[in-house]
Design a protein around this ligand. Structure first.
Ligand code: NAD
Length: 508
């Protein structure tokens, strides 16, 4: 880690990207329109970004299609694609400080996390998929002597990836890694709050040798740029990460246009269950705090519901309160801070309204609950205290809705069965954590929870080798990460060859 002064010096040197990336170069929006991107820690404008709309989408899709049909990437030998992607990773590594600083400035995330998590995991993700490309085999069906059934994967074509603002670079990598590996042309649409690192990634990929047209980045608003992608007749698939509400729209867009494939990674209201036989409560408390407050709670797998057994509740809560004190909120550019700013004024107000609503509905505020006012350059920053509510009941809004902020709702149970019922009492099913010292119970409870990932005796999303995605309204149509992610970006083709012969003589 560098110091705050050193990170600020890097920030001062950055030439921030502002235009769309189309067909291998930075390009302003055809309309000439721009929108402002702000630093949520200071409220100051970082720059103006091209606001792409339908006309830009048409151009980018056309270029992406041309590149795909020309085969400059889609028909490259897998080992050649791998080499280019490995070079791409090296360039990310060479620019890691700049990318981390850009990410922290635009998203309000702590630089500590950008350096230690976002950039390394971006590299790891792209590397993992790059290394897989020339090791994935196709299949031959059990078709008998007279036929040969080949089951082959092919790149799907032009893929649009619509991204959220909470992990701008990493979510781009989760899509870009497998989509590129499979040979597709890609159009990335970053969230309007966080366009810059995605633009820079595309530039680095181009420098590494990804041909023009294969990666395009269209910054812009959801209702214009995002919708045009969803409705486009020549996009073959959309991979979306964001809210369930907007995810639903992409299913409608698909139905209204060309039945493009849609994969959705959406929201969560994730439970952390601590049973009465959980051991090492100090460590459990650390996981509980990390699970809810990491990334200011702006995390789809944030464990925002703590479901704790009454027998250990008092002991655990003492430790949770103590550990939370270590999570200092402040300037994202200061690597001593664990928490930074909320993404936008609108989102800040939404989270504060949830906090107010919880108090009105009778939840007991036991920690935080207020905005934090910092001084100087940070006086307009959007900071919220880590907040904990006890005595939360299942019908309260903070028990039901994704707050996406640093707010923990604590609920008490008297048995594992009650904990499971409460954990599943949600329209979401993305992630859950479970703490118990009994292996059989761990397995049985983990299986009873309706969620795409259940981490036991830790808070974890797994790693690049494990699929990530949601049950119920947390997801649709596929998984990110692991080799299953390749299924999102490939079509399956059967080639059936007739091998029948009239006589043995035909063998000659
Ligand atoms: P969002 O749904 O508001 O926006 C996501 C993307 O959709 C953005 O690029 C936005 O511009 C675009 N969009 C918005 N309105 C649109 C419209 N009408 N038509 C087309 N596109 C539109 O989500 P967000 O606020 O950026 O991100 C937070 C959400 O993302 C949370 O719900 C979080 O749980 C979820 N998320 C899920 C995962 C996962 O892997 N499951 C990961 C990260 C974030």
């Amino acid at each position: 880690m560098l110091t705050q002064t050193e990170y600020l010096a890097i920030a001062a040197q950055i030439d921030f990207p502002s235009n769309a990336w189309i067909n291998g170069s930075y390009t302003p929006a055809i309309s000439g329109e721009t929108f402002s991107t702000l630093n949520p820690a200071t409220g100051q404008e970082i720059g103006q970004i091209s606001a792409c709309d339908r006309a830009d989408v048409d151009v980018a899709v056309d270029k992406a299609r041309q590149a795909f049909e020309a085969g400059v990437w889609s028909k490259k030998h897998p080992s050649e694609r791998k080499k280019v992607m490995i070079k791409f990773i090296k360039l990310i590594k060479r620019n890691e400080q700049e990318l981390a600083v850009m990410e922290a400035l635009e998203s309000g995330k702590p630089i500590k996390d950008c350096v230690a998590i976002d950039v390394p995991e971006t590299i790891d993700c792209i590397q993992w998929h790059a290394e897989a490309i020339d090791k994935i085999y196709d299949q031959i069906s059990p078709s008998g002597d007279t036929s040969l059934g080949l089951i082959q994967r092919e790149p799907i074509g032009v893929v649009a990836c619509v991204l959220p603002w909470n992990f701008p670079m990493l979510m781009a990598a989760w899509k870009l890694g497998p989509a590129l590996a499979a040979g597709n042309s890609v159009i990335l649409k970053p969230a309007e709050q966080t366009s810059m690192t995605c633009l820079r990634l595309a530039q680095l990929a181009h420098e590494a040798g990804v041909p023009a047209g294969v990666i395009n980045v269209l910054p812009g608003l959801g209702e214009t740029c995002g919708k045009s992608l969803g409705l486009h007749q020549d996009i073959d698939a959309v991979s979306f990460t964001g809210s369930t509400e907007v995810g639903r729209l992409f299913l409608q867009y698909s139905a209204q246009s060309n039945l493009k494939r849609v994969v959705l990674e959406c929201g969560g209201k994730n439970p952390c269950i601590v049973l009465d036989d959980a051991e090492r409560l100090d460590e459990v408390a650390e996981h509980v705090v990390n699970a809810v407050f990491w990334n200011m709670g702006e995390n789809c797998s944030s464990n925002s519901r703590l479901i704790v057994h009454s027998a250990i509740k008092q002991q655990l809560m003492g430790k949770v309160l103590e550990k939370t004190r270590d999570w200092i909120t402040g300037d994202p550019m200061d690597p001593r801070n664990a928490l930074g700013a909320m993404i936008s004024q609108e989102h800040f107000s939404k989270v504060m309204a949830y906090i107010k609503g919880a108090q009105e509905q009778g939840a007991e505020l036991i920690l935080g609950g207020s905005a934090i006012k910092l001084e100087g350059e940070l006086a307009q920053g959007l900071f919220i205290e880590p907040t904990i509510f006890d005595q939360v009941t299942p019908n309260m809004t903070i028990a039901l809705e994704e707050v996406f902020g640093p707010v923990l709702a604590v609920m008490t149970v008297n048995s594992a069965a009650e904990a499971v019922a409460l954990a599943n009492d949600t329209c979401y099913g993305l992630h859950a954590s479970l703490f118990t010292s009994n292996g059989r119970r761990a397995h049985n409870v983990a299986r009873a929870i309706k969620a795409g990932t259940v981490s036991v005796n830790c808070y974890s999303e797994g790693d690049m080798s494990t699929p990530f995605g949601g049950y119920k309204q947390s997801g649709f149509g596929g998984r990110d990460n692991s080799l299953l992610a390749h299924d999102q970006y490939t079509e399956t083709k059967t080639i059936w060859l007739d091998l029948s012969t009239e006589s043995e003589a035909e063998l000659d």
